[in-house]
Design a binder for this molecule. Structure first.
Ligand SMILES: *Cc1c(COP(=O)(O)O)cnc(C)c1O
Length: 428
């Protein structure tokens, strides 16, 4: 028996769930424009001493309509690959608003650079590459500050076990390469992980500003993203004002000591989109595995749309919505169930134990019948963009934006067809 509260839908009424399911079919991603806008405003008001650029880490949810919405609201962008850069530019984002912070530099990097895309060099090899081709020019450098934080070891991207950024002890080598090519390091960048604890984040902010002492041309410190978001109702989200205020003092103190007014950059992904998205699925089967077993609800979705539970043991609110308005009236019964995805993969489970994808933890839900809907909440970030797409030849699910004061559901990505799944196959 689970001790957690029965979750409720976050931004869709049960009627809206049924309407959208009828109109677009299931599974379907739905994003709430009002919540996206609210989160963007919060990030744009991140505490800062001498100015702020807020970027959206677009890998969290890369649909072009989301990028355009954030662009209109005043956000800039962080891209994790050359393909993301091009995708953003295709959606109409100006190149000068995009920074590339990537494990792998694209072949066409010189073209993107010429268009105005900024680079944060993430390795000594990237720094040398840039120096040889673009001597005397401006760039940023991503350091691994030696300390990381993250919801799980899979989301921690700082410290000795993470390959992201240049190891902080290699600073002298960095300076030598910078001198050799007369580069101008205008931005220092750190990003330590997703789901960071505020204390660790503040500590790393302090360490990172220390790096600026060695880079006199740097006018900007980018502290990455990673602000923890509570998806389940018992979890809490980062208060950006609270986490940011002490860092303002750090910038002010640095300014008094050095006369340098350092600009702040932040680049959240999760914070901007996580709780602004859900996936509507249909319960298509139920089964019980004996007296000592479990009740399973099987849905028409799973790791093909939401991989995080199988990958990290991430917990998402799960809400049963009756198939009809009439069935809404039947109250009272609950069910402790394991929710299984539709992939032929025993790890395709929506109800792992927190942080442990291998342990099953029955969830208390409203009792459900075949044909009812199950809404997976908190799926705005790292779901549509990070799934085991096309496994078992399930087509990519459509995306809908719940838009405007009328809260009109607008299709922003069609459901994929089988032909599209196999279109690049060459039958010989
Ligand atoms: C993924 C990523 C982010 C965003 O992380 P969130 O945890 O989604 O906020 C920011 N910066 C860089 C460099 C990233 O790789």
């Amino acid at each position: 028996m689970s001790t957690q509260a029965i979750e409720t839908t976050r931004f869709l009424s049960h009627d809206a769930v049924r309407t959208i399911a009828h109109q677009f079919g299931t599974p379907v991603y739905v994003y709430d424009e009002a919540r996206l806008t609210q989160a963007a405003q919060e990030v744009l008001h991140f505490p800062n001493a001498f100015g702020l650029t807020a970027r959206y880490a677009m890998k969290a949810l890369p649909n072009g309509n989301i990028l355009r919405l954030f662009d209109r609201l005043g956000l800039h962008f962080d891209a994790s690959s050359g393909f993301e850069v091009e995708r953003a530019m295709q959606a109409g984002i100006a190149a000068h608003k995009i920074a590339l912070t990537a494990q792998e530099l694209p072949q066409n990097f010189p073209t993107l650079h010429a268009a105005g895309v900024a680079l944060n060099a993430c390795s000594l090899a990237q720094l040398r590459y840039f120096g040889e081709r673009f001597p005397g020019q401006e760039l940023g450098i991503r350091f691994n500050p030696g300390l990381g934080s993250g919801g799980t070891n899979r989301t921690n991207v700082g410290g000795p076990a993470a390959s992201f950024g240049i190891w902080h002890e290699d600073r002298a080598t960095v300076q030598a390469i910078v001198r050799k090519h007369a580069l101008k390091v205008i931005r220092i960048h750190t990003h330590i992980g997703s789901g960071s604890d505020p204390e660790v984040w503040q500590h790393v902010a302090g360490m990172s500003i220390g790096l600026l002492e060695h880079f006199p041309d740097a006018h900007t410190l980018n502290l990455g993203g990673g602000y923890k978001v509570g998806r389940m109702s018992h979890e809490t989200s980062t208060d950006l004002q609270e986490v940011g205020q002490p860092v303002v003092q750090t910038f002010v103190a640095f300014g008094e000591a050095t006369g340098r007014r350092i600009q702040l950059e932040v680049e959240p992904g999760t914070y901007l989109v996580a709780n602004a998205g859900c996936v509507i699925t249909t319960i298509h089967d139920r089964t019980r595995t004996g007296k000592d077993g479990y009740d399973f609800l099987k849905i028409d979705s799973g790791m093909t749309e939401v991989l995080r539970p199988s990958m990290y043991g991430a917990q998402h609110p799960l809400v049963v919505v009756p198939a009809t308005e009439a069935a809404e009236q039947e109250q009272g019964l609950t069910l402790d169930a394991i929710v299984a995805g539709h992939c032929c993969e025993s790890g395709d489970i929506l109800t792992p134990s927190a942080g442990d994808p291998e342990a099953l933890e029955p969830r208390t839900l409203r009792d459900a019948a075949i044909g009812d809907y199950l809404v997976i909440e908190g799926t705005g970030a790292y779901c549509s963009g990070m799934s085991s797409k096309n496994y078992n030849s399930f087509p990519e699910a459509p995306e809908v934006l719940y838009r405007g004061p009328e809260q009109e559901p607008v299709l922003i990505r069609k459901r994929q067809t089988l032909d599209q799944i196999v279109q690049n196959e060459v039958l010989v």
